[in-house]
Design a protein around this ligand. Structure first.
Ligand code: ADP
Ligand code: MG
Length: 284
């Protein structure tokens, strides 16, 4: 109740004053391979298509987002590592992507930042501080969190207005969800009272079998977590896209790209007018 109310006030305030508001969305799940990076790249591309100024933040030392957007993580002059440690201005690390987005890139150096940040006061706020300097140039900032609940993910959640948790609709998707929800709760209590968990996003969804549906029903049942619509279908196009250095939305039309476009449009509407996000109810 309190959180939803705070959000409405935010929406009304920005409309009343006409003041620019940047939305920061974190995509997080401590499990790897659930399509966090794919979701960040695809939602970002869909929002850029809609004319939004989009900044994507790679918070994963593996640099998969950086790589998938056509930049070689091993050849970065500066990266988010130096930015989080406060050694360089965030500006100096920004790169453009072929699809008209801006990227704050990462590479393996970031694994070191994690250890260095741990020794500092205010370590959860490093990304928030960096975004305070550059955020207002963008309409939307989307943060790709690493597969852990460590200090980097805490930075992502602390800097964010909203968080989405992608759930791969396969084998034991619910495992770890409880721990994830506790982390979100901790962040809401301690570093970011305004953080809103928008819900789970079903990914790698296969509508032809009952398995994907059962996985989602199980998670809803256990955690009463909103499930966002539309589910993102499993399609071979995603693997092809990340190998080619272009986002999944580039080139051919496909079901996955269409699902991400639909979700992107719903998010933009939600941020603009407070309209509730569509949720997904699997047919039983
Ligand atoms: P994470 O960032 O959570 O580790 P990724 O976005 O890297 O997950 O996705 C893991 C793998 O799954 C990648 O090889 C990606 O290309 C593939 N993938 C993601 N979404 C889909 C999808 N809807 N259909 C098929 N493959 C997908
Ligand atoms: Mg990833």
């Amino acid at each position: 109740m309190v959180r939803a109310h705070a959000r409405m006030n935010g929406v009304q305030a920005s409309e009343a004053t006409g003041k620019h508001m940047t939305r920061v969305l974190a995509v997080a799940n401590q499990k790897g391979g659930v399509a966090k990076t794919t979701t960040v790249a695809s939602l970002g591309a869909a929002m850029a298509e809609q004319g939004r100024r989009v900044l994507l933040v790679d918070l994963d030392p593996q640099g998969s987002l950086t790589f998938s957007l056509g930049h070689d993580p091993d050849k970065l002059a500066v990266s988010i590592h130096e930015v989080l440690l406060g050694d360089v201005e965030p500006d100096t690390a920004l790169l453009e992507t072929p699809e008209g987005m801006t990227l704050l890139p990462a590479n393996i150096d970031l694994a070191g930042a994690e250890a260095m940040l741990l020794m500092r006061a205010g370590r959860e706020y490093a990304l928030k501080r960096a975004l305070a300097k550059i955020g207002d140039r963008f309409d939307v900032v989307i943060v790709d969190c690493p597969p852990s609940l460590g200090v980097l993910t805490l930075n992502g959640l602390t800097a964010a207005d909203d968080v989405i948790v992608p759930l791969q609709c396969e084998t034991l998707a619910h495992r770890g969800v409880g721990q994830f929800l506790r982390t979100v709760d901790d962040v809401q209590q301690i570093t970011n009272a305004d953080l809103v968990l928008l819900g789970a996003l079903p990914t790698l969804y296969d509508s032809r079998t009952t398995h994907s549906r059962d996985v989602i029903l199980d998670v809803v049942d256990r955690y009463q977590l909103p499930v966002l619509a539309p589910p993102i279908p499993r399609t071979v196009r995603f693997a092809e896209a990340s190998a080619s250095g272009a986002s999944v939305l580039a080139g051919r039309k496909n079901k996955g790209a269409m699902a991400y476009r639909e979700l992107a449009a719903a998010l933009l509407k939600h941020w603009k007018s407070g309209k509730a996000l569509p949720t997904f109810t699997p047919e039983v």
